[in-house]
Each structure stands twice: as structure tokens, then as C-alpha cells.
Design a protein around this ligand. Structure first.
Ligand code: NAD
Length: 308
């Protein structure tokens, strides 16, 4: 049976770290605050917005929620972004997705102040990440490697050595999760395979994942990865968040991994919920604190090879 990597437990320790970083910032005369911006009524982004408010409140990081109606235009959203760029109380801005199809993500992301772009969606920040010198590490990919690093440390394995010998497969290649995860795996000197829907359609998915030491799954497809897709030595990180309706009509959240099936086979596995999710919110707020510190002190981007 695989070891279960407990994200809730790891999040308690990370919360302590973020609180200490916040205290240090405040003692230094700095401050920070997150603004979340949501257009319309998407269920998932409304849920994420509420979670960030709750976690921010617990940490002592102010979170302001800006909501625009579904009818808002790109010009309306750009006005909001520019106002937040110039707002001294705000050190981090998160644009919740999805945006309505008529609004260009690229134009809105490009209008963000890169120093406040805590999810690293501005091309300058995405480029810095790809170069291995990120200003901010996007929260989901950061959480994947936070859990991996932490778990390897707990097993007493030499983390740097493990990554140098590892083959890591990232299933899913989105700009917000899959690609940043590839960048972080590369920064650790691992060999990396990046696959998407075409690997599944061509029947090759298992061929890639079975030979992998680490499988990171971010496809948004419940049950995509089963026991036959992984080796007995694999560490499987499940990023997926999918609604699943039980026979009695109860809606639960499930990942992209068939949990029981992979639990029987792999070396270690993250559950959903209680795996990557709890770390993600904390990480975004951590980036918001870091943005406050950067504004106060001015810090140059530094390499992420090895420890992040
Ligand atoms: P996305 O839809 O933008 O991208 C999905 C990617 O997976 C694409 O590259 C697509 O080609 C690939 N894919 C789709 N079907 C596939 C298949 N059958 N086989 C292989 N690859 C396939 O999604 P995203 O924003 O990257 O999110 C992925 C999942 O992670 C979703 O379930 C989302 O809810 C979840 N998510 C979780 C967190 C968290 O904090 N845990 C954060 C963000 C996203």
C-alpha cells in the first residue's frame, strides 16, 4: 500500500512559516494585502475566492474581493486592474478564472503590475519562471513540489540526489499548472516528460507514466490515472479537482487519480481533498507577503535550482 502524503498536516507547518514571514514584514514597517478579482458567477472560482478570504483571515493577510458582473467588458476589467496596480494597500492581485470568452486573458494579464502578479501570469513573470529565476512561483505547481520536497525529507532520502536521477511526468500542459510544474521539475535537474490529451488519445499515456518515478496529474479528468498506469516505485501527485455526484445525490470532490486503485500499487500518493489543495491557498498568500517584502526592500529574482 502506498504512503498517503498528508497535505493538511503539511499546511499547518507552512502556515507557521507564512505567519513568521508576515510578522517579519510588519516588524520591518511593511504591509501586504491580496485583491481577488472575479467576473461572473463561476462555481469553482467563487469557492476559491471564499477559501482565500478565510485562509487570509486566519493568517492576518487582508483579502479584498472585487466582483464584476458577467456583463463586464474588457475595458471595465482593465480599469479595475489599473486601479489595483496603483493601490498602496494591495501587494498581490489574483485574477480568478475563467474570464468570459469575449475578454482577452493575455491583454488583462499583460496589464497587471508584474510586482503584484502573485500567480505569475504576466509574460515577464512567466518568462522569469521559465528561465529558472522566478519572481513568484505559481501557487499550484509550487504546492506540488512543496509536498514532494517535504515528503522526501521525511523519508530521509537525499532530495537533490533523488531529483537528479528521477523521471518526472506531468500529465496536463496548461499555462497555470502543467507548464509551471515542468519548469520546477527542470529546475531540480530532473528528466521531465510533459504530456497532454494527445497521449491519452493515442493510447500512449501509460507508456509515459509507467516508467516515471513521479507522476504529477493535472488534467481535470476524474479516474484518468489507475494502478496500471504507474510503477510500484511511483510517487503520484493528484492536482485534479472534479465534482462527483454520489448515488444519493451528494456532490463530492475527487481528483484525477483513481485513488483506491493507485493506493494499492504506488509508493506514495496525495489524496483529494487534503493533498495539494490546502497548500495552494497558503502559497498564494505567501507570495502576497513576499510581494510586500519586495516592495519594502527590493529583491532581485534568484535561481530556484534545488531548494525553492
Ligand atoms: P486545463 O483544462 O487548463 O488543462 C488541462 C490539461 O490537461 C490540458 O493540457 C489537456 O490537454 C490535458 N488533458 C485533458 N484531458 C487529458 C487526458 N485524457 N489525458 C492527458 N491529458 C489530458 O486545466 P488546469 O487549469 O491545468 O487544471 C487541471 C486540474 O487541476 C483541474 O481539475 C483543476 O480543477 C485542478 N486544479 C487544482 C488546483 C489545486 O489547487 N489543487 C489548482 C488549479 C487547478
Amino acid at each position: 500500500t502506498a504512503a498517503v502524503i498528508d497535505g493538511r498536516k503539511a499546511s499547518t507547518e507552512l502556515a507557521r512559516v507564512v505567519r513568521a514571514e508576515l510578522d517579519e514584514l510588519v516588524a520591518d514597517g511593511g504591509q501586504c494585502g491580496l485583491a481577488t478579482v472575479r467576473v461572473g458567477d463561476d462555481f469553482g472560482s467563487a469557492m476559491y475566492e471564499r477559501r482565500l478570504e478565510r485562509v487570509g483571515c486566519g493568517l492576518g493577510v487582508p483579502v479584498r474581493q472585487v466582483r464584476l458582473p458577467d456583463t463586464a467588458t474588457e475595458a471595465d476589467l482593465l480599469d479595475v486592474v489599473r486601479a489595483l496596480n496603483g493601490d498602496g494597500d494591495v501587494t498581490g492581485i489574483l485574477l480568478l478564472r475563467p474570464l468570459p470568452a469575449r475578454i482577452s486573458e493575455a491583454r488583462v494579464f499583460g496589464a497587471l503590475d508584474p510586482g503584484k502578479d502573485v500567480e505569475a501570469v504576466h509574460p515577464e513573470n512567466a518568462g522569469l519562471l521559465a528561465l529558472g529565476t522566478p519572481r513568484f512561483v505559481p501557487s499550484t505547481a509550487a504546492s506540488v513540489f512543496y509536498l514532494l520536497d517535504d515528503w522526501l525529507d521525511q523519508t530521509g532520502e537525499d532530495r537533490a540526489e533523488f531529483y537528479r536521477r528521477a523521471l518526472i511526468t506531468v500529465v496536463g500542459r496548461s499555462n497555470n499548472v502543467g507548464k509551471p510544474a515542468v519548469a520546477l521539475a527542470s529546475a531540480r535537474q530532473a528528466a521531465v516528460q510533459s504530456v497532454d490529451e494527445w497521449a491519452s488519445r493515442s493510447g500512449m499515456l501509460g507508456w509515459y507514466t509507467r516508467r516515471s518515478d513521479v507522476v504529477i496529474v493535472a488534467a481535470g479528468r476524474p479516474g484518468l490515472i489507475r494502478a496500471e498506469h504507474v510503477s510500484a516505485d511511483a510517487i503520484v501527485i493528484d492536482v485534479g479537482i472534479n465534482p462527483s455526484t454520489d448515488e444519493d445525490g451528494t456532490v463530492r470532490v475527487v481528483g484525477d487519480v483513481a485513488y483506491d486503485s493507485v493506493l494499492d500499487r504506488a509508493r506514495a500518493l496525495t489524496p483529494v481533498p487534503g493533498g495539494v489543495g490546502p497548500i495552494t491557498d497558503l502559497w498564494l498568500l505567501r507570495n502576497t507577503v513576499a510581494a510586500g517584502r519586495r516592495r519594502r526592500r527590493g529583491v532581485a529574482p534568484r535561481p530556484i535550482g534545488g531548494a525553492a
